[in-house]
Write a protein that binds this ligand. Structure first.
Ligand SMILES: Cc1cc2nc3c(=O)[nH]c(=O)nc-3n(C[C@H](O)[C@H](O)[C@H](O)COP(=O)(O)OP(=O)(O)OC[C@H]3O[C@@H](n4cnc5c(N)ncnc54)[C@H](O)[C@@H]3O)c2cc1C
Length: 259
């Protein structure tokens, strides 16, 4: 079974992020790493291909400056190859433009199944998985906490607030996985060495048959009008126990309609 995993490469979250003052988008000039959220998709893809007894995992990533550092991490985990779309014309691409680019690259890989994370870590919209499904005309299952593939179908336990729903869709399908769905493996030394020689197919917007007018700033349907710091968390109320603390806590919880 051939699985495509969408692998976003993001600025290291350990370093303070910086916004471009003009475009208000995240600066992505330095080395980019594999988004932690996508390590779950990579692991899930590897396990599903293993279980099927054949096939491989292909990574698809759109990133600036021909960046492959994050892809090498996923290749070291065991993915077989990658498609990287990197092109100056992509600067300013919003979620829909990103989905158009990834969808075109995914078509090239002819997968049975596409895995994404539920949302990325750096500047997430959480829109991309459903946009991919719409553009490809394939079924979409979101928030997967467990996936099995049998008889040409993806059978998924879909996380809900109360527990999970069991849903299934014919392949090919797009499934977004939640964090914690599996334990991503650490790349072994052998894996890291092997990853250096694994193929990364670098393509441009034109190679994918897309027009530069549909992507980048020109094609963006979203505009970032303002970015403001998140509101600081207010100090909580401290309940000193003068014999009636339990009553005041009950009152407080009743006010919140928690009890
Ligand atoms: C107006 C605007 C301008 C922007 N300009 C830029 C820019 O100049 N440069 C820039 O780098 N970004 C830019 N962005 C952000 C970029 O478009 C996002 O990467 C894109 O919107 C993807 O959406 P997301 O991260 O919100 O995806 P989500 O829907 O949160 O992601 C879900 C999953 O989709 C997959 N995925 C998402 N993005 C990628 C990717 N690129 N490659 C592979 N898999 C992916 C991952 O599995 C991810 O976990 C801009 C966004 C907007 C709205």
């Amino acid at each position: 079974m051939n699985v495509v995993v969408c692998a976003k490469q993001i600025p290291d979250p350990a370093a303070p992020g910086e916004l471009d003052p003009n475009t208000k988008t995240l600066k992505r000039e330095g080395k980019l790493i594999l988004d932690d959220s996508d390590a779950y998709g990579v692991e899930m893809g590897l396990q599903l291909a293993d279980k099927a007894g054949g096939g491989e995992v292909t990574l698809v990533s759109m990133a600036p400056h021909d960046e492959v550092s994050g892809l090498r991490t996923a290749l070291a985990m065991g993915a077989a190859k990658a498609i990287l779309i990197s092109d100056d014309a992509l600067q300013g691409s919003d979620s829909l433009a990103t989905a158009k680019v990834l969808a075109a690259a995914i078509k090239r890989a002819e997968p049975d199944l596409v895995l994404t994370a539920t949302e990325s870590t750096d500047g997430y919209t959480g829109l991309l998985p459903a946009q991919l499904a719409e553009l490809l005309g394939w079924p979409s299952i979101t928030f997967a906490k467990h996936i099995e593939v049998t008889d040409g179908k993806a059978k998924v336990q879909r996380q809900t607030e109360e527990g999970y729903d069991e849903v299934e869709a014919p392949l090919p399908a797009i499934v977004s996985v939640t964090a914690g769905v599996v334990e991503p493996r650490y790349p072994s030394f052998k894996g890291i060495m092997a990853a250096k020689n694994k193929p990364v197919d670098q393509v441009t917007v034109a190679d994918l048959g897309l027009s530069a007018d549909d992507v980048g700033w020109k094609g963006a349907r979203q505009e970032i009008t303002d970015v403001v710091p998140a509101e600081e968390r207010k100090a909580g109320e401290i309940v000193e126990d003068e014999g009636d603390a339990h009553e005041r806590i009950v009152q407080f919880l009743e006010q919140l309609k928690v009890i």
